[in-house]
Design a protein around this ligand. Structure first.
Ligand code: ZN
Ligand code: ZN
Ligand code: ZN
Length: 274
């Protein structure tokens, strides 16, 4: 599998549009890996996780062709992950897609209802001709072609927030942002499951901040427990994402700290292959 990060910033992105802090000023000056769009990722060009306010610009700047997309997972309904108006552009009048079948959009029943509420009945029913809206219950594996996707409970101030376990051809990714330290029900579910990539929320960086996100110390604690439980080995790839400028670290400063613990600092466009 190839996990590609399309965005790696928290809700305001970096540089935050109205901010003059050290990190945002540095990002405007240096560009490149210092620029962080709102967090989302794509796996094997077929499965997109979250549609952000930046999905259009991400597809342009990273050269991502979404016409082959088959599946979209939404983690939760916060605005940096849930720009559902973009789904309208899947309609044939706006898109001549390579994949002829319907796209499957999956999330909690609450999020699916919020898509309907946001789009309104007319657009939702027009889109339903081209999108299979599918409700996912937590801790219930769901097969999507070669993928098996399982929604896991996140610790986050949103209704029914999910992180995801994504499996394909014997490889597994734990995609876990917009969550604090994982809830015990999620730890119970993943017991005994081997993970090849672990992608963790690291919004707060050096400070613990709010409980719905993690910091570097939380990531280290999480990874240590994953080793203790036998979920991971030295061949597992660990990465951190969803960084906030309020953590007051530039990309290279984050990287200096995370590499000491064997954690990759994600950036927009980073690909991890397993
Ligand atoms: Zn977020
Ligand atoms: Zn800033
Ligand atoms: Zn959120």
């Amino acid at each position: 599998m190839i996990l590609k990060y399309l965005g790696t910033g928290s809700s305001e992105g970096i540089p935050s549009p109205f901010c003059t802090c050290r990190v945002c000023t540095h990002a405007r000056k240096h560009g490149g890996t210092e620029i962080r769009h709102r967090t989302s990722a794509i796996i094997d060009n077929e499965l997109l996780i979250d549609v952000t306010p930046d999905t259009f610009s991400q597809s342009v700047s990273l050269g991502i062709d979404l016409s082959r997309l088959k599946y979209i997972l939404f983690t939760h309904t916060h605005s940096d992950h849930f720009y559902v108006r973009e789904l309208i552009n899947i309609l044939p009048i706006y898109a001549h897609r390579k994949s002829r079948g319907n796209i499957t959009v999956l999330s909690s029943s609450y999020a699916i209802e919020e898509i309907r509420n946001t789009l309104g009945e007319d657009d939702f029913s027009a889109l339903s001709q081209h999108i299979d809206f599918t409700e996912l219950a937590a801790f219930t594996p769901y097969t999507l072609g070669d993928f098996t996707v399982t929604a896991l409970q996140a610790r986050h101030p949103s209704q029914s927030p999910y992180i995801y376990l994504i499996e394909k051809q014997g490889r597994r990714i734990l995609y876990a942002n917009d969550t604090g330290y994982l809830p015990e029900a999620t730890w119970d579910y993943i017991a005994g499951i081997h993970l090849d990539i672990v992608s963790l929320d690291c919004t707060h960086l050096t400070e613990s901040g709010t409980a719905g996100h993690m910091c570097i110390e939380d990531d280290i604690t999480t990874i240590r427990r994953l080793f203790q439980l036998g979920n991971v080995t030295n061949r597992t790839v660990f990465a951190a994402t969803h960084f906030s400028h309020n953590g007051n670290l530039t990309h290279s400063e984050i990287d200096e700290r995370l590499r000491l613990h064997g954690i990759i600092t994600s950036y927009d466009g980073l690909e991890i292959r397993v």
